[in-house]
Design a protein around this ligand. Structure first.
Ligand code: SF4
Length: 268
């Protein structure tokens, strides 16, 4: 259902601060960033990672091999979960960009809208960069993980339905390995479909709609958001601010509510 994302707790950052901080980080991080080493993942998440040479999607494995030859200094492997092993919030994208996560090894790096996302997390104090906001290597997420529904870069930024299905265990496993998980945000309809399935829901009962939210039998909530970029244009910071504000509200509900509604039904 459509929800009022402004009904947020009082301890989040003021909108003006959010916008200013998000703009700064977006400008810094949307630019082509230097290659980064993926942050060390918590042990529970690390064991859910696909192998570097995962062969399960032949088309993507072949494309990955091409990129290793062409760019031996790039990551060119499944992009790992990035963030906090105690995360209450997981943000699910579609797949790494060729010169984004595939190059740096970190989700959403140097991709349209990626800087806006991380900037919004910084503004909500769900991330911090303890040295330099423009140095992607220093970003640390607090209570949040980011992950792609398809871990390997696809040609033309578009995975197939089969690839989404094949990689789904590598979405479901890390979500299941987060004991504090309360809210998942899906960036776009394909990410939504994978997230619903990974969370054990039923797609007909949880249709995609921007700013819709759905609750699952585990008590975890899913919020639908637009993709990080549409037709080459990055997502508006105001959209992400509304989504994160809504996520904070749902987290509070998940930790205190006993209304019994479940099974992936939309939150009508
Ligand atoms: S997309 Fe996922 S399942 Fe497919 S090859 Fe990469 S890691 Fe393996």
């Amino acid at each position: 259902m459509m929800t009022d994302p402004t009904a947020a707790p009082a301890d989040i950052a003021a909108p003006a601060d959010i916008a200013a901080n998000a703009d700064i980080a977006a400008n810094a991080l949307d630019a082509e960033a230097p290659a980064a080493s993926p942050a060390p993942a918590a042990t529970e998440l690390a064991v859910t990672e696909p192998p570097r040479d995962c062969p399960l999607c032949p088309r993507l494995a072949a494309f990955r091999a091409e990129q290793r030859l062409a760019h031996p200094d790039w990551h060119n492997a499944p992009v790992p979960v990035f963030g906090d092993g105690d995360a209450w919030l997981a943000i699910v994208g579609l797949s790494p960009g060729l010169k984004g996560g595939n190059r740096t090894g970190r989700t959403f790096d140097a991709e349209k809208g990626g800087g806006t996302l991380y900037g919004t997390l910084l503004a909500f104090r769900l991330a911090h960069d303890h040295v330099d906001i423009g140095t992607a290597d220093d970003l640390v997420l607090d209570g949040v993980v980011t992950i792609d529904a398809v871990r390997c870069v696809p040609p033309n930024n578009q995975p197939t339905k089969d690839e989404l299905l094949t990689c789904r265990p590598f979405l479901a496993a890390p979500l299941a390995a987060l004991p504090e998980l309360r809210v998942v945000v899906a960036l776009g309809e394909d990410a939504h479909r994978s997230a619903v399935k990974a969370l054990g829901g039923k797609l007909p009962k949880a249709p995609y709609a921007a700013m819709a939210d759905h609750r699952f039998p585990s008590g975890v909530w899913l919020i639908d958001c637009a993709p990080l970029a549409t037709d080459g244009v990055g997502i508006d910071a105001a959209v992400l601010e509304a989504v994160i504000a809504r996520a904070l509200v749902l987290r509070s509900m998940a930790e205190g509510r006993t209304d019994g509604r479940a099974d992936g039904d939309p939150a009508e």
